[in-house]
Design a protein around this ligand. Structure first.
Ligand SMILES: NC(=O)c1ccc[n+]([C@@H]2O[C@H](COP(=O)([O-])OP(=O)(O)OC[C@H]3O[C@@H](n4cnc5c(N)ncnc54)[C@H](OP(=O)(O)O)[C@@H]3O)[C@@H](O)[C@H]2O)c1
Length: 329
């Protein structure tokens, strides 16, 4: 049966302006890092995208290397667009990136113009798209002159292959330099994608201030610390969890007694607030107006519906914030 998106899809979602740009993003965005590769169940991947879109999530975040194997998340996403989303391209913001190892040899990694331009061409082919909405440099390259990398981003926009550009994993000083060059080139940086959660707070040391000052959006990735900031690991390791099924980027070694004690204390506070820990972890990020959207991952459609509930309460008292800081110290 042909998929018909829910006519109610724009009612429950909040849309936030990305910095001082003209673009608004859904307060939750869906990332395709896990659960969209050739190793995954395609029908589940398809249901994840449909569920997200049906509930107002308009922004989908990819990268050249997402899979496994690398490239397969873009391929599967392209297939899903073709099968289910014909006619809806203009209601979607599709992001991709290059910066990590993608192919063999000296041109398939880091930040040269050679790599970025050819990688985006490949991504567009895999997704069967004419252009990406946002193209990111995925991580800073210590060896390529930053001018070259930023000139490549500017070129890509001028060629019409991306509408906007973003930076990911750039620390404040590197970000400031890149932002200044992009501004000078006439292709302003739209958004920055840092790792940011209750367990990873480096963006609070200068990055968020810089982005606010420059009118640039911020989209934290791994806002649930890959699932650690939920109640799922409090009583063992569920067989369908990322620790049990993937184990590459999150494994048993991350589940230390110290970490689990913090998760347990945070969980108790969430309960006092009438939330689940997953909701509180997302709403804690969204309470800050400098955050445009939180970039979630999901292995099951129900998790997307659950995570959207974070929007029901994004207000924290001073006492609650202090308790969170004390737990995390
Ligand atoms: N720029 C970068 O360098 C970079 C790096 C990493 C990620 N990212 C982006 O960020 C996106 C999100 O990263 P992430 O997947 O690590 O995010 P995350 O939201 O911190 O973790 C997602 C995982 O948590 C579990 N989960 C999600 N919602 C839940 C809920 N409501 N209740 C219980 N468990 C829940 C699921 O894992 P299980 O069910 O499998 O346990 C899910 O796959 C990626 O897809 C990617 O687009 C970017």
């Amino acid at each position: 049966m042909t998929y018909q998106p829910s006519p109610e899809r724009y009612k429950e979602m909040e849309y936030r302006r990305c910095g001082k740009s003209g673009l608004k993003l859904s307060a939750l965005s869906l990332g395709l890092w896990h659960n969209f590769g050739h190793v995954n169940d395609f029908e589940n991947s398809r249901n994840l995208i449909k569920t997200a879109f049906d509930h107002g999530i308009t922004h989908f975040d990819l990268a050249n290397n997402y899979g496994p194997p690398p490239g397969s998340a873009e391929e599967n996403f392209g297939k899903i667009l073709q099968q289910d989303f014909k006619g809806y391209r203009d209601e979607m913001v599709i992001s991709t990136k290059a910066g990590y190892t993608m192919w063999d040899g000296p041109y398939g990694d880091w930040g040269s113009k050679k790599y970025l331009v050819s990688s985006l061409d490949q991504s567009l082919k895999r997704m069967n798209l004419d252009y990406a909405d946002i193209f990111y440099h995925h991580r800073p390259d210590p060896e390529t002159p930053i001018e070259e990398t930023m000139t490549a981003l500017d070129l890509i926009v001028r060629q019409g292959k991306a509408l906007y550009v973003g930076l990911s994993n750039y620390r404040p000083a590197e970000a400031a330099e890149a932002i200044a060059i992009l501004k000078q080139l006439g292709t302003p940086c739209l958004i920055h994608q840092p790792k940011y959660s209750m367990f990873e707070r480096w963006p609070e040391d200068g990055l968020l201030d810089l982005l606010e000052q420059e009118g640039i959006g911020c989209i934290p990735f791994s806002p649930l610390a890959q699932g650690l900031l939920t109640d799922k690991y409090l009583h063992g390791i569920p067989s369908d969890s990322r620790v049990a099924t993937s184990g590459v980027f999150l494994n048993e070694e991350h589940l230390t007694a110290e970490k689990l004690a913090k998760v347990s204390a945070l969980n108790a506070l969430a309960e006092q607030r009438g939330q689940k820990l997953a909701h509180m972890a997302l709403s804690w990020l969204l309470r800050d107006k400098r955050i445009t959207s939180v970039l979630i991952g999901s292995s099951k459609p129900e998790q997307i519906l659950d995570s959207i509930k974070a929007l029901e309460n994004t207000t924290f008292s001073e006492g609650e914030l202090e308790t969170i800081n004390t737990i995390l110290r």
